[in-house]
Design a protein around this ligand. Structure first.
Ligand SMILES: NC(=O)c1ccc[n+]([C@@H]2O[C@H](COP(=O)([O-])OP(=O)(O)OC[C@H]3O[C@@H](n4cnc5c(N)ncnc54)[C@H](OP(=O)(O)O)[C@@H]3O)[C@@H](O)[C@H]2O)c1
Length: 258
């Protein structure tokens, strides 16, 4: 497969009994991803800051899920959790919600929020994954965004942060290849969806800016992702070793290699 090719299939056959660590697992894409890996028979370690939401998820899955309440931007958390769990699949999904305002209504602090959380997470965890290193055959999926390709004028530094996550993941893939580590690094670029706490206010802000209702705005979008769709694509990337390292846009027809 090459640039521009589209993957359609889903296959979760090899995940049973493997350890998967999902960050940002308390809500949204990460929660759906944790549930999907659990359904595929994986041993899931779910990480987020809000212990109560993690406990609810654990209860829904009959207790058979490990939960860790921690800040993923903390390098000590990255190092210690990777050493402890040595996951075969690492899903770096956690992300901060940007303040939905035009550029001149951002402060430096609001502009850089996603650099302080999302980019720090990618940097610390991917660095630790290479240094440990994770076992050959491991996969790291880092959550970028369609904004990395198309921009997001109402989200401050969000699009640039997500583009940097794509770069960091690509650099790590190169280092893995050069050192013969056998760790597959991929980044995933979903488009904006109102399905999550992060996406919903952003969709409302873009709709208002366009002078449209949320319904009118959404009817113009090529694909409306459900959290389960994103989870299925993460499973697909994790369980199919033939998917090459690189960046994948979630296109209407399936995963598109960028
Ligand atoms: N929704 C979209 O339209 C969309 C589109 C493209 C890409 N994405 C990306 O997809 C990922 C998931 O987004 P989502 O829409 O599912 O967002 P969400 O519903 O707001 O969930 C974000 C998750 O990240 C966790 N989190 C945030 N900061 C954290 C920190 N410092 N340490 C640990 N956990 C942290 C949150 O848990 P706590 O608050 O409990 O810590 C929560 O579990 C993000 O990286 C986002 O940028 C989203």
């Amino acid at each position: 497969m090459a640039q521009g090719d589209v993957y359609i299939g889903m296959n979760a056959s090899d995940l049973r009994g493997t350890t998967v660590l999902v960050t940002g697992a308390s809500r949204g894409f990460g929660r759906a991803t944790a549930v999907a890996f659990h359904a595929a028979g994986a041993d899931v370690v779910a990480v987020a800051r809000t212990a109560e939401q993690l406990r609810q998820l654990q209860a829904e899955l009959d207790g058979s899920l490990t939960i860790v309440a921690a800040d993923v931007a903390d390098p000590v958390v990255a190092g210690s959790l990777l050493e402890q769990y040595k996951p075969k699949t690492l899903v770096l999904n956690a992300g901060a919600s940007p303040l939905a305002r035009p550029i001149h209504h951002q402060t430096w602090e609001t502009f850089s929020r996603n650099w302080e959380v999302d980019v720090k997470q990618a940097f610390h965890w991917i660095r630790e994954a290479l240094l440990l290193p994770l076992a050959p055959g491991s996969t790291v999926v880092a959550m970028s965004s369609g904004a990395a390709q198309f921009g997001s004028p109402l989200s401050g530094g969000y699009a640039g942060a997500k583009a940097t996550i794509r770069f960091i993941t690509g650099y790590a893939a190169e280092e893995s290849e050069r050192a013969g580590l056998g760790i597959r690094f991929v980044s995933l670029l979903p488009r904006l969806t109102p399905e999550t706490d992060l996406g919903s206010p952003a969709v409302a802000a873009y709709a208002e800016r366009s002078g449209l209702s949320v319904e009118q705005y959404l009817s113009q979008q090529p694909v409306l992702l459900k959290t389960e769709d994103v989870a299925a694509h993460v499973i697909d990337l994790a369980s199919n070793a033939e998917r090459p390292a690189g960046a994948y846009l979630i296109a209407p027809a399936g995963l598109k290699v960028l």
